[in-house]
Design a binder for this molecule. Structure first.
Ligand code: CO
Length: 470
């Protein structure tokens, strides 16, 4: 490889976001992160992904933590490392479209509280749904990374990926990520894809994949040789399975090659030592299910993300129809085709999965359609790569109007209303955004927070009065 010029690759460490979202349902608490971030800060990572995705919802709902507070604490500890988050474009961190003013305010506050890089994606790869987030990110001085959701299908040709790279470049993004949430990108296809994208754009290209199907480290090897700039990895105790390849392994793989990261294995070892006991604890408590640690070949065959599979399984169980699992799996590609062949990622994965379950259980396709199916077929999520099946569309929405503009263009500004509603609970500007995204969950959290504060006040006052022995 002497003729290849030196080109060290970067690594985004995912242990604080995607790795625990994928392996332990996003339950890692902030207190487990804080003791190790000073060490993580010494590695020289390209970035640390630590916020967004499901972490926001899970913090409020299950951990009773303020996600904004978490971000500020991480920011205070990471003095040299760029912090990265995942944003669902116009869906922010929720499941439907928000008005532009809410998206802009969310991006502004994310960056103000410490985020450097925002990875933005849309479940249909409809770039119009990313316009507002990209603009807001640039305005606040952030790095706007557009993530293309990777999927398969005859419409997704190399030309498609190359053209969309050019579109992203013209939108003012700083880098491009291929987001392969199901682990579908085969090693030799990665080689072709990265080379094609590199020929279409000068923007740095990052690759994000999951080990679910057992391919990920081979895919990274081929992608790096093809010129990818950054790969997403997780420190070994939270790597593999439904998460990313192990950071230490990829660092060692490229040692002494032109792609050498230069990271110190001793420091990585300390980080692994920190997370290993927690992994053991999670296995013992059942939070980490050994099932997600193996190779799931179904995801490769059916091309659906692991989370979608488990959702369909539980929906069928609820209906006492577990025997319909194979029929539902076969129905998924049919529904996807009717819906214009979208990628399967939140929220399109849920929409397609739920509709497939309904179609099978009702014994007649589209006899019943979910509200989200109706919205999708009305254009309310944006444009799919292929047209919808007109017969299915007619059956589901009848003569209802179909929109073709950017969906958020039809939304009235929403911030003022949220400000008004959150007033009784508001302790910081960011509370408005927590409320806008998850009204019920945030309200419950605000009440919990108030109760905790009252408790502390009462204890402090009583102690001062000598009511309790100190
Ligand atoms: Co991921």
């Amino acid at each position: 490889m002497a003729d290849i010029e030196k080109k060290p690759i970067g690594i985004t460490e995912t242990v604080l976001r995607d790795a625990h979202q994928s392996l332990i349902a996003t339950r890692m608490p902030t207190e487990l992160m804080l003791p190790i971030i000073e060490t993580m800060d010494q590695v020289g990572y390209h970035s640390v992904e630590c916020w967004g995705g499901a972490t926001f919802d899970a913090s409020l709902r299950f951990l009773k933590e303020d996600p904004w507070e978490r971000l500020r604490k991480l920011r205070a500890g990471f003095k040299h490392t760029k912090l990265q988050m995942l944003l669902r474009g116009q869906n922010i961190l929720g499941y439907s479209h928000y008005p532009d003013d809410v998206v802009e305010y969310f991006v502004q506050k994310s960056i103000q509280n410490g985020i450097d890089i925002i990875r933005i994606f849309d479940c249909l790869n409809d770039m119009r749904n990313l316009e507002t987030s990209i603009k807001a990110c640039k305005k606040e001085g952030g790095h706007a990374q557009v993530a293309l959701v990777y999927t398969l299908g005859d419409a997704y040709t190399l030309d498609y990926w190359m053209n969309i790279c050019k579109e992203i470049e013209s939108m003012g993004a700083d880098s491009i990520c291929i987001k392969d949430m199901s682990g579908l990108l085969l090693p030799y296809d990665a080689d072709k894809l990265i080379r094609a994208m590199k020929s279409a754009t000068n923007l740095p290209i990052q690759l994000h994949t999951h080990y679910t199907s057992g391919l990920a480290s081979m895919t990274y090897l081929k992608a790096v040789e093809a010129g990818v700039d950054v790969i997403d990895c997780a420190i070994s105790p939270f790597s593999m399975g439904t998460a990313q390849p192990a950071t230490e392994v990829m660092v060692e793989t490229f040692k002494g090659t032109p792609y050498d990261t230069g990271y110190d294995q001793k420091i990585l070892g300390k980080i692994a030592d920190h997370f290993r006991p927690y992994r053991e604890e999670c296995i013992k408590s059942g939070l980490l299910d050994p099932k997600v640690m193996g190779v799931n070949i179904k995801t490769l065959i059916y091309q659906v993300p692991g989370g979608m599979l488990s959702n369909m399984v539980s929906q069928l169980k609820e209906q006492n129809a577990s025997d319909k699992y194979d029929a539902v799996l076969e129905e998924v590609p049919n529904v996807r085709k009717d819906f214009g062949e979208p990628p399967l990622v939140t929220p399109s994965s849920q929409i397609v999965g739920t509709q497939a379950v309904m179609n099978v259980l009702m014994g007649e396709r589209y006899k019943v359609a979910s509200g989200q199916t109706k919205d999708l077929l009305s254009g309310k999520y944006g444009k799919t790569i292929k047209p919808f099946n007109p017969e299915v569309q007619k059956k589901v929405i009848g003569d209802a109007e179909v929109i073709t503009c950017r969906p958020a263009d039809l939304l009235e500004p929403g911030l003022a209303k949220f400000e008004e509603e959150v007033k009784p609970y508001k302790q910081q500007d960011e509370d408005t955004l927590s409320y806008a995204l998850f009204p019920q969950v945030a309200t419950d959290f605000f009440k919990y927070r108030q109760a905790q504060q009252d408790k502390v006040d009462v204890t402090a006052a009583d102690t001062a009065n000598g009511a309790y022995p100190v």
